[in-house]
Design a binder for this molecule. Structure first.
Ligand code: ADP
Length: 385
């Protein structure tokens, strides 16, 4: 097909649909937007309605989805399980496969499926590509992917480390190599994706070998509202002693914990303001967050053996000089020397914030999950054309 170079990227969440229209000829972003409050009173009824609203907005800007220039639609899908380890052209069979994974991602996969269905109805002639949040982590060796629980039980229930934020870790680890002017195959990177959700990954020569999120996005770093790592017996204790239900514990650990649980705020900017006023709870939340981060930096340094770069990305990672400084201060023995002046400079571009003498480069790289999804989608749609 000639002339069709545009990709519509859809990120359908439980209560929102975010979209971007990208022209792959020059990777230019033509439009971006979101339809929010799906299923809420006074909001948009459902995903079909949300996508129609998005399509109307695009049409009003002369970018209607009926355009012959649209080459494909790329969908973010949260859980690909062990079955989907690469971007995949959507067929009925693939859709059924994504549906089979709903028990592993009960909040996310149904919304992703709804988005795919509606987009297919809108343009049945176009390739629809599913890009999985878990895919980049499919290369993690068994030693790191397995939990030490009974094998039969683990296999029966699909219990293993899948990892998430994969498109971000893939994009950012490659962009880090580019920033260093090196081939991704020669570079070992620890990527710290610190947004409202947060995860770390260890990438050896472009291949992911470990990550902090596990069966679900709950494990690992302290996040905005998620606890990250805890003794699994905490759950049993809350059941036995606290009399809490599965749903209540789920809500507690996913939505009422992390920074929010520790101090009542999940936004790092607000926590920074409160700390400056001497607020003790905000300080403790920050310290717990940083302690966990440093633990993962140490652990992934040992996993990789040789680290060439540590890269910060996403809302907190890209914007909070205080978090970056605290996370990597006094790590000279690990070859890390920050440059506080560089680190304090705000900027939108990928940049180094370590001293020239630092053996391990420290970088800030803005993530772009939509562009990564668009690239994967375009590559597959054009190849299969
Ligand atoms: P999401 O996981 O929702 O995609 P983002 O990557 O957009 O999240 O990150 C959102 C978070 O980034 C906010 O909750 C806030 O804590 C943090 N953040 C955004 N801007 C700043 C800033 N200037 N300084 C510190 N933290 C920031």
């Amino acid at each position: 097909m000639s002339g069709a170079t545009r990709v519509l990227v859809l990120n359908s969440g439980s209560s929102s649909v975010k979209y971007q229209l990208i022209d792959m000829d020059g990777e230019e972003r033509l439009a971006a937007g979101a339809v929010e409050r799906i299923g809420e009173p006074g909001g948009t009824a459902d995903h079909a309605q949300a996508l129609r609203e998005a399509a109307d907005e695009l049409k009003a800007r002369g970018l209607g989805l009926d355009s012959p220039e649209l080459a494909a639609v790329g969908h973010r899908v949260v859980h690909g399980g062990t079955r989907f380890t690469v971007p995949t052209l959507v067929t009925d069979e693939v859709l059924a496969g994504i549906e089979d994974l709903v028990p592993l991602a009960p909040l996310h996969n149904p919304a992703n499926i709804a988005g795919i269905r509606v987009a297919r109805d809108l343009r049945p002639d176009l390739p629809q590509v599913a890009v999985f949040d878990t895919a980049f982590h499919a290369t993690i060796p068994e030693a790191a992917a397995r939990y030490a629980v009974d094998t039969a039980t683990a296999d029966r229930y699909g219990i293993r480390r899948y990892g998430f934020h994969g498109t971000s870790h893939a994009y950012v680890s490659r962009a880090t190599a580019a920033l260093l002017g090196r081939d991704p195959a020669d570079v070992n990177v620890i990527v710290l994706h610190l947004g409202n959700g947060a995860s770390a990954s260890a990438v050896r020569g472009g291949v992911c070998v470990d990550t902090s999120m596990g069966l679900t996005p709950l494990e690992g770093l302290v996040m905005g509202t998620r606890s990250g790592d805890l003794d699994p017996a905490v759950v049993l204790h809350l059941e036995r002693v606290g009399g809490m239900s599965t749903g209540e514990i789920d809500e507690l650990l996913n939505r009422k914990s992390g920074l929010l649980g520790l101090c009542g705020d999940n936004d790092m900017r607000e926590i920074g303001r409160r700390m400056a006023e001497g607020d003790k709870a905000a300080r403790l939340a920050f310290d717990v967050y940083i302690h966990r981060l440093r633990r993962y930096v140490g652990a992934f340094t040992a996993v990789l053996g040789r680290v060439d770069a540590i890269t910060f990305t996403a809302g907190v990672g890209e914007n909070s000089a205080a978090v970056r400084e605290a996370a990597l201060s006094d790590l000279h023995n690990l070859g890390v020397t920050m440059d506080s002046v560089r680190n304090a400079v705000r900027g939108a571009a990928a940049r180094l914030v370590s001293a020239d003498s630092s053996r391990v480069a420290v970088a800030v790289v803005p993530t772009d999950e939509e562009l990564e999804i668009a690239r994967d989608t375009y590559a597959l749609a054009v190849q299969s054309d």
